[in-house]
Design a protein around this ligand. Structure first.
Ligand SMILES: [Mn+2]
Length: 434
């Protein structure tokens, strides 16, 4: 007997991967844990018989010769597989897109950081030139879309989009997919969202805002992870962590980050025995050691220790900066820009910034005689500045908000450099400066 199984609290990527892998291993049967996410349960209630799927209680452990594990690499997340773990004559194959360094030692391993496990399976299906029917294509597409946020999460890779293309070409039905991907929010979800928003503690670290919440729901909340994502967007935090108290013994921590370069949620939650991606992760503490308050303190500590610092404005800025006196004639400003190939010149001095004049401002000059006027007649005043330890993303936000392309960098009331729109764009697209 060959079985394919996945993690408890099965999400769509996990279910789809079980179904997909059972096609790649002929004669295998899918084993779906008893605890599955709500939308997966809804799907299974109408589609179960279409697939070769059994429950963990139906597995005859002694007869298993090969175990295929998908979407996790940790034994404790599997449902009733201890008997197989104890045996050493079972061949184990692993397909996973989390790099959690779990304890399942596999004979065959396909583990890469793509957006969904489905993508890895689709790669194999493409190589084998398999034709999928539209039902299978649809399930795989739902899994792929759920784990990549419809190909929008930062963890999404080009190969995920290519996999989506393959599934659509094989007849995946987007009407069915959207029905299972966008379940309506009900009262229970709305109440939880309100509770989260009332109790949020916001901490600021390295100019990042992180929301932390302890949640004590009366009963299990369906789609909690989706609510946490929405909650992060609503409170406009760079990251959020919600500690959900399940009972006296266990808590589930769900984390979401929108600033994945700075706050890697998966890495932080790995410290609690969980894992995930830089943008999304979860952990369940299973012994009474942790009280929610303790977990919260530990999270704050981990966030503060987080040394993923990365690139700051100090790395991107140019210096020294060109300054002119406020009485400098505009003709000279124009000549300086042309000669030095710069688009912005500061007016005043390092410790007394009076204004800024940019190439664009030169268009304001209509008459020849205006070129003799001093720069102070055309410069912009009250110039916004940025500290050197800010992140590129924060500079981008300031530029968009104020609709400006130049930000002088100020440290201890002194101008030490300047960062431009081009510097920021160059950084974000990973291009090298000319
Ligand atoms: Mn997954």
């Amino acid at each position: 007997m060959q079985i394919v199984t996945t993690h408890k609290n099965t999400d769509f990527d996990a279910l789809a991967s079980v179904i997909g892998a059972s096609l790649l291993y002929p004669d295998s049967v899918g084993v779906v844990p008893t605890s599955v996410n709500n939308n997966v349960a809804k799907f299974l209630s109408t589609h179960k018989t279409a697939f070769n799927i059994i429950l963990p209680s139906e597995v005859k452990h002694d007869e298993v010769t090969r175990l295929i594990v998908v979407d996790t690499d940790q034994w404790w997340r599997l449902d009733r597989m201890e008997k197989i773990r104890e045996r050493d004559d079972v061949e184990i194959c692993l397909w996973d897109h989390h790099l959690n360094g779990g304890d399942i030692e596999a004979d065959f391993r396909c583990q890469e950081p793509v957006g969904a496990t489905v993508t890895l399976l689709v790669r194999e299906m493409k190589q084998r030139r398999m034709n999928l029917n539209s039902l299978v294509s649809t399930v795989l597409l739902i899994g792929l879309y759920e784990d990549t946020g419809h190909l929008s999460y930062p963890s999404t890779k080009a190969e995920d989009a290519a996999a989506a293309s393959y599934l659509l070409a094989n007849g995946a039905d987007l009407n069915v997919a959207s029905f299972f991907l966008n379940p309506p929010y009900e009262e229970v979800q709305r109440d939880i969202l309100l509770a989260m928003m009332q109790d949020t503690e916001k901490i600021t670290h390295n100019h990042l805002t992180i929301g932390i919440d302890i949640l004590r729901p009366d009963k299990k909340v369906p789609m909690l992870a989706a609510i946490v994502s929405m909650y992060r967007t609503i409170i406009n935090a760079d990251a959020v962590f919600v500690i959900c108290v399940n009972d006296e013994k266990s808590c589930t921590i769900i984390g979401r980050s929108g600033a994945v370069r700075m706050i890697n949620v998966g890495r932080i939650l790995h410290q609690f025995g969980g894992g995930g991606h830089p943008g999304a992760g979860s952990a369940t503490t299973r012994n009474g050691d942790y009280q929610p308050e303790q977990i919260k303190q530990q999270l704050i500590e981990l966030i503060k220790q987080n040394k993923v610092g990365g690139v700051t404005i100090a790395d991107l800025m140019s210096f020294p900066v060109a300054f002119v006196d406020s009485s400098t004639p505009m003709s000279k400003v124009r000549d300086m820009m042309q000669k030095q190939k710069i688009r912005g010149i500061l007016v005043g001095s390092e410790d007394n910034l009076e204004g800024i004049i940019v190439l664009w401002d030169l268009k304001k000059l209509k008459l020849d005689k205006q070129w003799k006027s001093p720069v102070k007649a055309f410069m912009a005043r009250n110039v916004a500045t940025i500290p050197p330890d800010f992140k590129p993303g924060q500079a981008a936000q300031m530029m968009i908000k104020k609709n400006i392309g130049h930000l002088p960098v100020s440290h201890n009331n002194k101008i030490i450099g300047i960062v431009t729109r081009t510097d920021i764009i160059t950084y974000f697209y990973g291009m090298l400066p000319d």
